[in-house]
Design a protein around this ligand. Structure first.
Ligand code: 5AD
Ligand code: SF4
Length: 338
């Protein structure tokens, strides 16, 4: 069948063909998509195995200078109470990640200039010294010199989602910023020896199959080590409040296509997926995903890290969430690895 032909070509070496991606992206019902999910799951098993990698995430500040149209942390959202965690609180959260037997800490915040390069370097050094954790940063766009200083201080990885591969949509959704600059930052990070993560939202207003095909090609051409892919969820206190949310099937489709085009990439099953569907994360893990990121932000702050609605439904204690996940995964022959 046509689907099988496209699938076979996608698994050959070299960049994916745009027509093949678009053909597969336009399959819309679960039955027609089954062969794609099946192929991606098999590929995942072959290349990265049955292990699900854990990353403990700490969201240490919800201040942000930007005004992305989709995001609840946008500066213009004056209804949100803002917080910054102290160095002590951040270090405590890092210890909690360590105690959960997780090997990687992800430090994330809005674009908050309060944490300048010097403060962050001191923080990175002390976390490294006291915990030995692998450190992933997710702090947005910064000058090259700052990225370099973070690297020297001991940071190992950096997440900077490209958000959408369409330059015009990017510019519309992120006033005052350009996709080109984002891609320059991703290039610097690679050069400096960071393992890098990119990724995009699915179901943004104005995004069609061609844009999603470009998202997949961009993740491939960036040589991303990781890609965070999840549905767009409209936030009531943003200009996109009345837009429809993304859907489960298109996200699973993109995850599967990324797995097939970049077989060894790390793909998290995102929190936004479980907001859309109670089994959303498990479905993601069955369609190419192999990473899970439990939230170690202290509960009082967690509900204020309000990127999109529904996140706090997931706000249990990370250890009990991990226990549950492990039980569920074991049913599918998957195991958890710190
Ligand atoms: N829906 C889904 N994801 C969102 N993010 C921000 N706002 C939303 C939303 N409304 C994601 C972006 C960003 C990350 C911090 O949160 O992809 O990279
Ligand atoms: Fe700030 Fe990131 Fe939200 Fe944009 S998406 S407003 S940069 S936290």
């Amino acid at each position: 069948s046509k689907t099988e032909e496209c699938l076979e070509r996608l698994q050959e070496a070299g960049p994916p063909r745009r027509e093949d991606l678009i053909a597969l992206l336009s399959l819309r019902d679960e039955k027609a998509l089954q062969p794609l999910f099946f192929a991606a799951d098999a590929r995942r098993k072959e290349t990265v195995g049955d292990v699900v990698h854990l990353r403990g995430i700490v969201e240490f500040s919800n201040y942000c200078e930007r005004n992305c149209l989709y995001c609840g942390l946008r500066q213009a959202n004056r209804q949100l109470k803002r917080y910054r965690m102290t160095d002590r609180e951040i270090l405590e959260a890092a210890f909690a990640v360590k105690r959960a037997n997780i090997g990687t800490l992800v430090l994330q915040s809005g674009e908050d200039p309060f944490y300048d390069a010097e403060k962050l370097c001191r923080l990175i050094e002390s976390i490294k010294r006291e915990t030995g954790l692998v450190i992933t940063l997710s702090l947005g766009e910064r000058p090259r010199e700052e990225y370099q200083a973070f690297r020297q201080a001991g940071a190992d990885r950096y997440l900077l989602k490209h958000e959408t591969a369409s330059p015009s949509l990017y510019h519309r959704l992120r006033p005052g910023s350009r996709l080109e600059n984002r891609l320059t930052c991703l290039g610097w990070l690679k050069d400096l020896g960071f393992e890098t993560g990119s990724g995009n939202m699915v179901g943004l207003p104005g995004q069609d199959a061609a844009v999603l095909a470009d998202d997949i090609s961009l993740i491939d051409s960036l040589n991303a080590d990781m890609a965070g892919i999840g549905p767009f969820l409209p936030h009531p206190q943003t200009p996109l409040s009345s837009c429809p949310p993304g859907e489960v099937l298109p996200v699973l489709t993109i995850l599967a296509l990324v797995r097939l085009t970049r077989p060894v990439i790390h793909l998290p099953a995102t929190t936004a997926m479980s907001v859309l569907h109670p089994e959303g994360r498990l479905k993601a893990l069955a369609s190419g995903a192999n990473v899970f990121m439990p939230d170690f932000t202290p509960p009082a702050y967690r509900r204020l890290y309000d990127l999109y609605p529904g996140r706090s439904a997931d706000s249990g204690d990370p250890l009990s969430i991990l226990n549950l996940l492990e039980k569920e995964l074991n049913r599918y022959g998957r195991t958890i690895l710190p």
